[in-house]
Design a protein around this ligand. Structure first.
Ligand code: GAR
Length: 189
């Protein structure tokens, strides 16, 4: 019997390399998930083009994203039988009200080895602190920023000649590899 693929929503704000990596993996027959919906809080996010090219439904949310709109979006996602929401460069904090609709179903990828360097400018801060390693972390989203239970991490060695850009590029490459693998495992478990 062919098992149906699990429906996933991805929330973005920008260029969408992680979204693209998740879609590429999902296009394989053996993959256990399907990206069924993409949400962006930025109408010009480059990632939206990737979604459209792959014929994935998209929705733009407003800057305010008040409770009524949150409830409406939650209903749409529930009706589409979305089992996980993957935040992929989504630079907006989701309210406890919204998260309550999707308990243990919202995950995020963050460009540092959490609990170190929550928030913004992670690469700059890791370099300034002369860390030997940086990397990325996938974690459950909780009410506190970048603080939910950790699911997986990937270390990246910091090199002597590293700049923010060089380090970001190497970490992003690992993010793009890690996210699809972890999502598949999470669905299997
Ligand atoms: C990624 O590096 C992701 O880890 C980061 O934004 C970038 C999005 O890139 N997310 C955060 O900083 C969230 N705290 P992408 O749009 O190419 O996937």
């Amino acid at each position: 019997m062919i098992k149906e693929k699990t429906n996933i929503a991805v929330f973005i704000s920008g260029r969408g390399t992680n979204l693209k990596a998740l879609i590429l993996r999902s296009n394989k027959n053996s993959c256990n998930y399907k990206i069924a919906f993409v949400v962006s809080n930025k109408k010009n996010a480059a990632g939206l083009k990737i979604a459209k090219k792959n014929k994935i439904l998209t929705k733009i949310i407003s800057k305010q994203f008040l409770k009524a709109e949150q409830k409406k979006l939650a209903k749409i996602l529930i009706n589409k039988n979305i089992q996980f929401i993957c935040l992929a460069g989504f630079m907006k904090i989701l309210s406890p009200y919204f998260l309550n609709f999707f308990k243990n179903k919202v995950i995020n990828i963050h460009p540092s080895l959490l609990p170190k360097y929550k928030g913004l400018n992670t690469h700059h801060r890791a370099l300034k602190a002369k860390e030997k390693f940086s990397g990325c972390t996938i974690h459950y989203v909780s009410k506190k920023l970048d603080s939910g239970k950790i699911i997986a991490k990937k270390k990246v060695k910091i090199l002597k000649k590293d700049t923010i850009k060089k380090l970001e590029k190497r970490v992003l490459k690992e993010e793009n590899k890690l996210y699809p693998i972890v999502l598949e495992k999470l669905i299997m478990s």
